[in-house]
Design a protein. Structure first.
Length: 168
């Protein structure tokens, strides 16, 4: 009896508190170009049933596990975009967005382990701040640097996780 009541309570909470959740394949994605953008970039805008989508879009692996989750607000990615390697609980990447633009930490993980391959920081679509790279096989850090406004500058290099002089 307790199990039935627990299931009913969880069902009511889940249904009552659920956000708008749809499969990624059910969204229509349109590219919108900004003619004034010197970088010739475009925004991807998501529609569901003809309206700008707000909620969580997701995809599922063949084994039934969640493969990917993307948060949208008024058609644009907003918040966390998370993807997992199918067949495991390990993250493939975590990327943050704000109003459709890269914003915050972007971390991509190694398929060989639970460590990152690299991480970058963005502010309203542009690279900013520090970056780090790791060896995909060992998980040892290989380099650290920063964005100088036009390119990435390597500040520190590592071999087998030990700080070494950077080679040009």
């Amino acid at each position: 009896m307790k199990n039935i009541l627990s299931i009913l309570l969880l069902s009511v909470l889940f249904i009552g508190c659920s956000e708008n959740r749809v499969l990624i394949d059910d969204l229509t994605i349109k590219k919108i170009y900004d003619e004034d953008d010197i970088y010739n970039t475009y925004a991807r805008v998501a529609y569901y049933e003809g309206k700008l989508f707000t909620g969580l879009a997701f995809d599922i692996c063949r084994n039934g596990n969640i493969k990917e989750e993307i948060n949208y607000f008024k058609g644009r990615k907003d918040g966390m975009h998370t993807k997992w390697f199918c067949g495991s609980d390990r993250l493939e990447f975590e990327k943050e967005f704000k109003n459709g633009l890269r914003h915050g930490l972007w971390k991509v993980y190694s398929p060989a382990g639970d460590w990152p391959s690299y991480e970058y920081y963005y502010e309203m679509g542009r690279p900013t701040g520090l970056y780090k790279h790791w060896d995909e096989e060992s998980g040892n850090i290989t380099s650290e640097g920063h964005w100088d406004g036009q390119t990435y500058i390597t500040d520190k290099c590592y071999r087998n996780g030990v700080l070494v002089k950077c080679e040009d």
